[in-house]
Design a protein around this ligand. Sequence first.
Ligand code: SF4
Ligand code: SF4
Length: 455
Amino acid sequence: MKTVRVKKGYDLKVVGSPATELQEAERPGRLAVLPEHIPFVKPRLKIAKGDRVALGSPLFEDKRNPDIQFLAPGGGQVADIRFGPRRVIQEIIIELDETESSVEFERYSEADLDKMSREQLVQTLVRGGLWPLIRELPFRDYATSDFVPPALFIRLGSLEPFHPAPQVYLHGREELFRFGWSVLSKLADGRVHVCVHRDHTEWASSLDGLINLTYTGNYPAHDPGVLLYRMKSSSDENRAWFVDGQDVVLIARLLLEGTYPTERVVSLAGSGARDPGHRVTRMGAPLSLIAGEVKEHESFRYIQGGVLTGFGSEEYSHLGFAETALNLLPEGHRKGELLGLFDPGYRKPTYSRAFLSALNPEPLEMNCSMHGGERACIACGYCTLVCPVDILPQFTYKAVLAGEVEESLEHGLLDCAECALCSYVCPSKIELFETLKTAKADFYNERSRHADESD
Ligand code: SF4
Ligand code: SF4
């Protein structure tokens, strides 16, 4: 078994980790899809408010590629379509029927899988609405279906606080995982890496030898972009694919059961969660239902995804298409908080020695405060020390701001794993990650536009 050692990164010790007990969340009365938070997709609606939909019927397609459709996570009536500024579609909300109707897709057995062509498999996943869960590096858009990737990473677990634990979401679903692995193996011509942290392999014996790549190191050593950076021998390998372990189970269910699978095991964590743990729910479930009771003494921000790379949501919002984590963090607007950087806080998480907490080995409470506004770079080099793909973020940032695209590419912009550590550790609060991520996406969009024009 190959082991990748990631020396850079940072161990984020944050309070509120989820317990490994799995609880069933209450059945939702409504579900939603959040097109706004699906990277790069340009949605074109296929339904209107008031329409009736079945589980698995199309709600919208991607204008860039109309074959890619996003399906209804439940059967019922389209109760609302919420638009944001510039008519961005934020949420499509479905009020569920007591008895939901569903679209029936073809079912396949293990024996059928052996006989299916790669093209048939692709079409099955595209029609079944799960293709966008397979993503392609370096831009992290959904994968290009007519391209055979140089590698496919199946990610079991994340080092970012907090995400579902694979031993929880795979428990009792090992056979489904194995079947999903066979599907992906066929798509990637056998070049599949099933990855787990080397210290977290005790539970993995139930997967009977499927794990073939371990890694060591701190956040974000789990990230497929970081693993690829450490393993690749040439830039030809840059377009590797990756899939989350939980999505492998969904892929298996779609083929074996013939219905659009929407079960989600979601981790509920953060210091605002009264009962942090894992919840079984459905794709698009209301966040308030997943959160259950919250602590009352403070206001919290609902973050979907990890505490560094996730996105903030309103309490009345819903779980995104590919999201499996809900973190509740205090807003951090306490009096005097804006001068937080200079507060000798023993309990503030920080990389910098500016806080006494650098000496505190205990997990610390993380909140949404920036601890002060942006200041000039003080050339401390922290961003370089943590960057897992050896970018010099402060210089790449300057190249991006100066519009020097070629220079930023030479700095390794496309290797950026979008981990947000550079912004997190920067004592001057410079938006390095946000700037680099946007520059990468702009480069991708521009390149795609040129490719479309020359077709
Ligand atoms: S540049 Fe920043 S966001 Fe990108 S990989 Fe390095 S530390 Fe992470
Ligand atoms: S961490 Fe911030 S202040 Fe330090 S070198 Fe990087 S950009 Fe400059």
